[in-house]
Design a protein around this ligand. Sequence first.
Ligand code: CA
Length: 424
Amino acid sequence: MPLAANNPELKSWVHVPAGSDFPIQNLPFGIFKTRYLSAVAGVAIGDYVLDLVYLHENGYLDGLGLPPGIFNQKHLNDFIALGRKTTRAVRNRISELLRADVDELQQNIAAREIALIPVTEVQMQLPVQIPNYTDFYSSEEHATNVGSMFRDPKNALLPNWKHLPVGYHGRASSIVVSGTNLHRPKGQIKLPDSDLPVFCPSQKLDFELELAFITGKQNPLGTHITTAEAEEYIFGFVLFNDWSARDIQQWEYVPLGPFLGKNFGSTISPWIVTLDALEPFRVQGPEQFPHVLPYLAASGKKNFDINLEVLIQPEDGELTTVCRSNAKYLYWNVNQQLAHQTINGCNVQVGDLYASGTISGPSPGSYGSLLELSWNGQRPLQLANGAHRKFLEDGDAVVIKGFAEKDGVRIGFGLCEGKILPAL
Ligand code: CA
């Protein structure tokens, strides 16, 4: 049965500008602070943030089984650990309070003034404390492009690729919230004309366009999560930029995989869009052949039709869109990723982040990294100000946007943005 909070007919008494990522049908959760408030939980609506501490303390969320102080915390982990039944009930209640035909909060002018904070007055924080981060490699187009570039175009996919969602354990400590600038990493690089490595700033700094899910429930060590159970464990999604130093990565990754070329920083968007809000945008994923092993079988609409876009803004220049892709292209879905992650008894924790891997589509304009867009530097891109890019330069900001749209409702993610500062 469709969720009442997703009804496209709903209208809010809060003004939601046309093209906003945050209509009443979205209601993503995040952590914000202001000049007057330390970090607390909020929900985005139009150009405002709804203060959940205020709503909770003033009785607007009574009867939902919420412990005292649950929103007065600098991370959402304890809230999402209450489980999907409770977090769904909270989203439904907030939807009700914001509905144009419901007077309760709308008619209490004093409460409205305090509870709704203009987005221009808030600083968004990392929404969860992230215990573990896994990066998958689930786009067939991306894996094919990289395999063609560095191995053999005729056998671009390695033999395991269509049998399991390839992934690795990344670094959680360096995941930062949108708006955090990062210094260009330095490391060991082996230049093509030399037998020995040098130590210098990366000359092939890249972005990776990804979507990531955050878990809200743990499984005990030694147990696994089936594809059918996976959705009970997923709280919601964020946009993810897995910044990558290709030259450091290329020298270090054999034989154990990505390390310092990846872990200097990864950026997430601040609002967690719930799995509930994305329900109307489910689509069938690509057909999987050869057939997967039974523990990876997942039928039905497990992919999401989410438009994704990457823009580059050079220092003192305007934004240029360099990539338009879509999450629906992903070969492996989130149910399969979570089932595979745990099939050996590995335990997931509340707040873990599971990234999709670079999401490339079928056409060159939909490739989700500069590595692919410039074909490892062979085909430089032209930006709107006339400058060319093979890889990122100092002062470049990368902005990822994402939104799903249907029946006049746009469920957006806000921005996932970061700027590259010179190496230290
Ligand atoms: Ca990645």
